[in-house]
Design a protein around this ligand. Sequence first.
Ligand SMILES: Cc1ncc(COP(=O)(O)O)c(C=O)c1O
Length: 364
Amino acid sequence: MAGIDQRIGMKLSELETPTLLLDRGACERNLLRMASFFKDRSSKLRPHFKNHKCVTLAKKQIAAGAVGMTCAKLAEAEVLVEHGFDDVLIANQVVGKIKTQRLAKLAKRARISVAIDCMEHAVAISQSAVEESSTVNLLVEVDIGMGRCGVQPGDAALELVRNIVKLPNIRFAGLQAYEGHLVNVLDREERTLRAQAAMQLAIETRDLIQSVGYKVFCISGCSSSTYDSTGALDGVDEIQAGTYATMDKQYKKLIPEFEIALSVLVRVISRPVAHKAVIDVGVKGAGCEFGLPGIRDFPDVEIPFFLAEEHCVINQCPDWQVGQLLHFIPTHACTTCNLHREILVYENDIVVEVWPIEASGKLT
Ligand SMILES: Cc1ncc(COP(=O)(O)O)c(C=O)c1O
């Protein structure tokens, strides 16, 4: 039996760096805040696992009232089912024989739903499900403006439904509709109006499909940044918010009522010349597609560039010593968690738990 992790009880100042950290209180308040929003609503929370990829945190989301988990990848869904989750949505297309076989096998162990947007997807999944004697739930993905995957709303979606319902070992479960093109609209009112208008396309498509007799059990979609707008719409059933749990620098601008719980603990490793500091993290430790990290407690210190794998150079730094600890706040929590294998959870600057990130690097 593995012993207790030696880092539990350590002060943050004693840790090696870079290390991924989670502020327990902040994260718990985020989970509670989101759960409270959905408590008495018809729409329910199905959090997106891609945010943290950590089973312990996902279990806390379910304990707080979420109806199941959303995943981006089949391999993430496999991790969840392995750990006892019984209702998982893969909100993406699963393509290729090996993958449809894995999907069909997984559907023997849990309720598995997956997005499709053409007959090829549905036929391949149906064939694999027949071979495995399982049933896979299909959500027809409708493109409500993002321009990624998805059949067009209205007649094209209806046509696809008409055809897939004839296939064996699949069940038409509803629609997947994600307003991803609007999640970063900074003005909240504009974001709300545009997201609700986009989601209306999915709701109208549901009405059309139901008007000819096919039951649409669910519309699933939405992000952390539209939880209170799309999530309050009549006709939207499941909300796939992810980042609210950990938060990051980008989402703080969008939904400031949630707290930044995630940070990367880093150190100054060199002060080669006056005003310059070199930090021990680069693109291998912090996701930065949405911009460079912020530095907690030093809002005025800018990171001018962040191109190195393991280093970050700050040109105008305060009076930091070699060894100084800093909390980097990533702009993108999801890709940051995918770079790490564990999260150290802390309270009052003391490590209280170490959680593995079981689905880190699971890309297939
Ligand atoms: C299909 C899908 N649903 C929901 C989300 C929302 O996640 P978040 O709350 O992290 O923006 C995403 C984000 O990429 C997504 O791709």
